[in-house]
Design a protein around this ligand. Structure first.
Ligand code: T5A
Length: 227
């Protein structure tokens, strides 16, 4: 599907989770998906979970170029272009077809990560990133974006303890991580109707409950389904 489905009552909802390293997005995405599936089953609506960079075969190949190797492997502009190319493929092949059939889509990272990481963190600035996103997305935006906020040191401690091989961004300097945290908070301030900041500095169940309350409140779902 080469264009975004037009807004309609039938079109599914698109929810994105964002945050810096070790904020707990992936863990909370699984928990939120379980709660959403219970809630959506009553409406006979499917939930698709996906991630960026990745989420389609081509985008997963591009992911490998982005999350491994030397920290200075790409210039900020090249990196933003690679993320944006992966995003376009992910939208065309996974997200837009699912939304078109009425499924809801829950996505681990989306274009706010390009703004925060490349725009703020690597210093590319808002204007270029916005131009790239407009070219790739048109006017398509998430219905709701949850920004998991945590102080940089705690997040990095969690990320390092978990450790896998995809650690190119984790290895960037502390100033980079502080700029991207500030960037996410700035994005939330600029778009309060789309974005909700969730304090992620708490135990897993507490963060899960905060997320569910936000999603249920903003999207009009039944309360009390946190597991
Ligand atoms: N990127 C991505 C860009 O630069 N630009 C872009 O446009 C995009 C889309 C890959 C990288 O690409 C960059 C950002 C990334 O560096 P990724 O796959 O989402 O993106 O990589 P990570 O951010 O590293 O995501 P992870 O899924 O690996 O980390 P999460 O989701 O932040 O954290 P999670 O859930 O894996 O948790 C980390 C550890 O902490 C524990 C977990 O058990 C786990 O061990 N934990 C907690 N511990 C205590 N209390 C809590 N509340 C906890 N929550 C989680």
């Amino acid at each position: 599907m080469l264009t975004a489905p037009a807004p309609s009552a039938k079109r599914g909802r698109f929810i994105t989770l964002e945050g810096g390293e070790g904020a707990g997005k992936s863990t909370q995405l699984r928990r939120l998906a379980d709660s959403l599936r219970v809630s959506l089953r009553a409406r006979d609506v499917e939930l698709v979970t996906t991630r960026e960079p990745g989420g389609s075969p081509g985008a997963e190949e591009i992911r490998g170029l982005l999350v491994t190797g030397e920290t200075g492997r790409w210039s900020a502009t090249t990196e933003a272009l690679l993320h944006t190319a992966a995003r376009r493929d992910h939208l065309e092949r996974t997200v837009w077809p699912a939304l078109e059939t009425g499924s809801w889509v829950l996505c681990d990272r989306f274009f706010d990560s390009t703004m925060a990481y490349q725009g703020y963190g690597l210093g590319l600035g808002r204007d270029l990133v916005e131009t790239l996103q407009t070219a790739a997305l048109g006017g398509f935006r998430p219905d709701l974006t949850l920004i998991l906020d945590i102080d940089v040191e705690t997040g990095l401690r969690r990320a390092v303890a978990r450790h896998g091989g995809e650690d190119r961004y984790e290895r960037m300097d502390i100033g980079f991580h502080q700029r991207l945290r500030d960037g996410f908070l700035d994005i939330a301030r600029q778009e309060p109707e789309r974005c909700a900041v969730v304090d992620a500095d708490a135990d897993l169940d507490t963060v899960q409950a905060r997320i569910w309350d936000t999603v249920a409140g903003r999207l009009g779902l039944a309360q009390g389904q946190t597991s």
